[in-house]
Design a protein around this ligand. Structure first.
Ligand SMILES: [Zn+2]
Length: 397
């Protein structure tokens, strides 16, 4: 089960993913973007409004991040896709020389916009900034993403809410197929990859069927969407383990918007390659540090005089220089530097988690690694219910 196998190079020179080792369903490899190759599994920091909150592009480089996410909905409203295009595209605009990926904007329309109205044609909504009437269609989404010129653009999809009944999920799939075809008819930026999104809510049969449909499209990667929208976690884990191995092997497999450290370990176990989540930076702003020994809450008085780094084994800028006591002081004083320093550490934690996962896959020990890492992380967690160890949800490993 856990024996690693070295695989021959992919036969197709145009493959956008080359598998290098597998361990059960987990895999590591190389993702081929327009200007660079990226090792997987990979975590992508979220830069919603062309900024990873509180962290500079130089700091991201220092963390060895490789791909940053931008958000179509936010950027089309402000500063506007044409403005970003005039300034050289998303990467150049934000001073980021690495890879970029933009989502299609559909998801945010429903979570942020006021009075959105959805038809087969697209979505009409009022901007959450100034109330202006805006129309987002598959064509417009892809045009905006072409202007932003990210390395990867996501096809416009219809994401139903977490508890949606079967009929509503089926309707969302039908619309996602309709919108997918229209998205693909729009010429992408030169060398820009396009990923399709699998929907299907909590229905395994719908997801399996839609996965086959999306995989048959001329897309360079396939994403699982519509998770982490309020459905029970145990259900998500079961679906991931069932579905991920069915995704194409010669293309990257992207799990959208889901990413506690445990989620990532489960998803990698299932066979996913790419991840994004706002959690490392959001937790940082709330004074939480992620460590391999569980989360630390810097708001707790116990850290007031602790002259130790967040994590002894961590080599990030924050741990190399600052004590928990100082970080607690920054957080409790509302100093912005506190959020920045914790964000740097938390992002470094994710980078380290991905590197270790990759190494374990190469060594054929991924399952044992994932189990041990989860046990350690949950054993001494300072945040939330201390008794809730380990996972209140059954893990597949
Ligand atoms: Zn650190």
């Amino acid at each position: 089960m856990s024996a690693a196998a070295s695989l021959p190079p992919a036969s197709s020179a145009s493959a956008t993913f080359v598998e290098e080792a597998v361990c059960g369903s987990a895999r590591c490899g190389t993702l081929k973007l327009r200007h660079q190759e990226v090792a997987s599994p990979i975590f992508m920091p979220v830069g919603t409004r062309a900024s990873v909150k509180g962290v500079s592009a130089l700091q991201l480089e220092g963390l060895r991040a490789r791909i940053v996410l931008g958000n179509t909905y936010h950027l089309m409203l402000r500063p506007g896709a044409e403005t970003v295009a005039a300034l050289g595209g998303l990467g150049r605009f934000m001073g980021w020389p690495g890879g970029t990926l933009t989502d299609s904007g559909g998801y945010q329309v429903f979570s942020l916009a006021k009075l959105s109205k959805k038809t087969d044609d697209g979505v009409v909504f009022r901007s959450h900034l100034d109330g202006a009437r805006v129309e987002l269609t598959p064509e417009r989404s892809m045009e905006v993403q072409r202007s932003l010129n990210a390395d990867v653009a996501m096809l416009f999809d219809d994401c139903p809410p977490g508890g949606a009944p079967r009929a509503e999920v089926e309707a969302a799939i039908r619309r996602t197929d309709l919108w997918g075809a229209r998205s693909l008819a729009v010429e992408p930026a030169a060398g820009q990859h396009r990923f399709g999104i699998v929907q299907g809510g909590r229905f395994a049969d719908l997801r399996a069927a839609h996965l086959e449909t999306v995989s048959s499209w001329p897309v360079e990667g396939v994403a699982l969407g519509g998770f982490s929208v309020g459905e029970p976690l145990a259900e998500t884990y079961r679906l991931l383990v069932e579905l991920a191995p069915k995704l194409p092997r010669d293309r990257p497999r992207y799990l959208m918007g889901m990413g506690t450290p445990t989620d990532l370990l489960v998803a990698i176990f299932a066979g996913m390659d790419m991840f994004d989540c706002v959690l490392p930076t959001r937790n940082a702003r709330n004074g939480q540090a992620l460590t391999f020994g569980g989360r630390l809450s810097l708001k707790q008085a116990r850290h007031e005089r602790v002259d130790l780094p967040l994590e002894a084994e961590c080599v990030c800028e924050t741990c190399s220089r600052y004590s928990r006591a100082y970080l607690r002081h920054l957080i409790t004083s509302g100093e912005r530097l506190g959020a920045t320093l914790l964000s740097i550490h938390n992002l470094n934690f994710y980078q380290t988690l991905m590197r270790r996962a990759r190494q374990a896959i190469q060594q054929g020990t991924y399952t044992a690694f994932a189990r041990a890492t989860c046990e350690r992380m949950h054993a001494d967690d300072e945040v939330g219910e201390r008794s809730a160890k380990p996972p209140s949800v059954a893990l597949p490993f």
